[in-house]
Design a protein around this ligand. Structure first.
Ligand code: AGP
Length: 607
């Protein structure tokens, strides 16, 4: 995600801001910028690495002791100089940096444009600078409050104005924000590591709070103006721990970010009645209605997300859907053609095989829709339609939160196509919408059950082989659980449809061999239980992932990882978390390098 920095004090702000932004580089970004007030507001910003910004500052230095800075990870608009933050209003008197998404930015932009505002970027963030300027009537805090009231979404915004030159006003609506308290100087940042070398005393700003930062400290109030008495915390973590938000590894941090990722992926895209708005999906209802077949292509975890998409599309759209590994599809003498929609899924948008398969599909007349996490990635540039997953930068090689966002994106796409084809009725659309909106809370609940996953990890940490079984959507999740386990724990594992076990693999199930069984699909529950009995009869150790209300499984399982009851169609979203946590803990118990597993790279840009 984007990084925020702010400084008020006696020192030159520019170098402090740039230094703080560098300390946030680990979060990933594609442009950087700073603004410093000194009579007027001066902005420097550049696409690419912070080094580009530094080169610019060397030629045109900024002078002044109050400023704000930002590293942007593009969500609205490509990573260009113009789209980089900070953004000013047309008069240049107000300047804003912003993390997160303004859901209603399009309508705000249209209103402002109708009143004569001219925009210099494609971002949602620029709207905030225009709004604050429009609402300003001698009180910056009041103007910010009014702008926030008009702006829907989950975000953090930071505002500075030459009209009130010795203060920074910031608001948190979900996206993180902290204030670092120095001696005669105050820092603002999206993350503690940015300023940990300056101070260890922090005010943590909570959701729907506004903070006014001056060199004397900070005052916190609710967005409605109620004073908040916030005690400072004293941080004892080292910088590396701080980057991981206090978690031991990025993977665990990213697993725990998943509820927020679901919120972010859905933001502004899904109404209660199931109506979907996908900003970069340009095909019309006529096209959607005429699709004969969907091809989903991807590699690794993204392929497993595609397996879920295949099930969803077949089930609720009744649309023939094939999912193919990209490295297979690219050599499968063109079987993709016109009237067929190809969906290429890739977190990085740079996986060589996925790019090749997507090109092959496009060259053969198929429309190509990219589901990717990286704005401006090669895949997104090649695609006819893009669905950005908005998971934020994923640092651990083992993909977790990006996978989660890929699942959510495909539910949205299914609703969008289903509405056009008339295969998703109003009742189903509303049910899916309700399930998705409830999902962050359900995921929080699953995350609270981490000790169950740790117990499962203890059970399998010394196993030679681990098997994962399930049917339908559960099989797709079993595939992902198995991959997660093998890539970080280095245990051999295999996933298969539960019905396939007796056709060969059962020969390998002997005393104590762990079998993880997924039991979230009620229509095939009894069938899956038959497979469980086959395992038990051979002495296998059964670890089940099951709903809270499933008491039947207690008769057979050595250990049950519980998820809250929900619609089977949506259960994969929750059911993957215990598997991620179990894999994580096995790897930890085996003392492996969790974030950088051996032999693996985050992005596979070679064939
Ligand atoms: C998953 O944990 C792996 N890192 C890997 O399977 C990954 O999903 C695959 O290489 C595809 O990457 P992409 O999503 O960036 O295309």
């Amino acid at each position: 995600m984007c990084g925020i920095m702010g400084y008020v004090g006696p020192q030159e702000a520019g170098p402090i801001l740039v230094d703080g932004l560098k300390r946030l580089e680990y979060r990933g970004y594609d442009s950087a910028g700073v603004a410093v007030t000194n009579g007027s507001i001066n902005v420097r910003k550049a696409q690419g690495k912070i080094a580009n910004l530094e080169d610019m500052l060397e030629v045109e230095p900024l002078v002044g002791s109050i400023g704000i800075g930002h590293t942007r990870w593009a969500t609205h608009g490509a990573p260009t100089d113009a789209n980089a933050h900070p953004h000013t209003d047309p008069s240049g008197e107000f300047v804003v940096v912003h993390n997160g998404i303004i859901e209603n930015f399009q309508s705000l932009r249209e209103q402002l444009a109708a009143d004569g505002s001219e925009f210099t970027s494609e971002t949602d963030s620029e709207v905030l600078a225009h709004l604050v300027a429009r609402e300003y009537d001698g009180d910056l805090v009041e103007a910010v409050r009014k702008a926030v009231a008009l702006s829907d979404g989950a975000y953090a915004m930071v505002v500075m104005s030459k009209r009130e030159p010795r203060k920074i006003v910031a608001v948190r609506k979900i996206s993180p924000l902290v204030v670092g308290l120095g001696d005669g100087e105050t820092f603002l940042a999206s993350d503690i590591p940015a300023v940990l070398h300056h101070t260890r005393d922090f005010l943590i700003i909570e959701d729907d709070e506004l903070v006014v930062v001056t060199e004397d400290g900070a005052t916190v109030e609710t967005i409605d103006g109620e004073p908040v008495d916030r005690d400072a915390i004293h941080v004892t973590w080292d910088a590396e721990q701080a980057e991981k938000g206090g978690y031991e590894h990025f993977m665990l941090k990213e697993i725990n970010e998943q509820p927020a990722v679901v919120t972010e992926t859905l933001a502004g895209r899904l109404d209660e009645d199931g109506t979907v708005w996908l900003e970069d999906v340009d095909f019309g209802d006529d096209y959607a209605a005429a699709i004969d077949r969907v091809w989903i292509t991807a590699c690794g975890t993204a392929y497993h997300a595609g397996l879920i998409g295949q099930e969803i599309f077949r089930r609720i759209l009744r649309l023939p859907t094939n999912v193919e590994y990209a490295h297979e599809l690219r050599y499968a003498d063109p079987i993709v053609g016109p009237n067929e929609l190809t969906i290429a899924i890739s977190q990085s948008g740079e996986t060589a095989d996925t790019l090749a398969a997507a090109r092959l599909a496009g060259d053969n007349g198929s429309r190509m829709l990219a589901i990717t996490n990286v704005v401006g990635s090669t895949l997104s540039r090649y695609a006819d339609d893009i669905l950005y997953t908005r998971a934020g930068p994923e640092i651990s090689v083992a993909s977790t939160k990006a996978y989660m966002a890929m699942l959510i994106a495909q539910y949205l796409l299914a609703l969008r196509i289903g509405a056009a084809r008339g295969t998703v009725n109003a009742e189903l659309a509303a049910r899916v919408s309700h399930g998705l909106h409830q999902m962050p809370a359900a995921l929080e609940e699953v995350l609270r059950r981490e000790p169950e996953a740790l117990a499962a990890a203890e059970l399998i940490r010394s196993a030679e082989d681990v098997y994962f079984i399930g049917r339908g959507l559960d099989y797709a999740i079993a595939m992902e659980g198995s991959l997660k386990l093998k890539e970080i724990s280095y245990l051999h594992s295999e996933a298969m449809p539960a019905g396939e076990l007796k056709h060969g693999t059962l020969a390998l199930i002997t005393d104590g061999v762990p079998v993880v069984v997924m039991l979230t699909q009620r229509d095939v529950y009894d069938k899956t239980i038959s497979a469980v009995q086959e395992v038990k009869a051979r002495g296998g150790a059964v670890i089940a992932v099951a709903y809270d209300t499933d008491t039947e499984i207690d008769k057979y399982a050595d250990l049950v990882l519980r998820i809250p009851d929900m619609e089977d169609l949506m259960a994969p979203v929750a059911a993957v978390i215990p598997l991620q946590l179990m894999a994580y803990h096995v790897a930890r118990l085996r003392d492996n390098d969790i974030d950088q597993p051996r032999n693996l790279a985050k992005s596979v840009t070679v064939e």
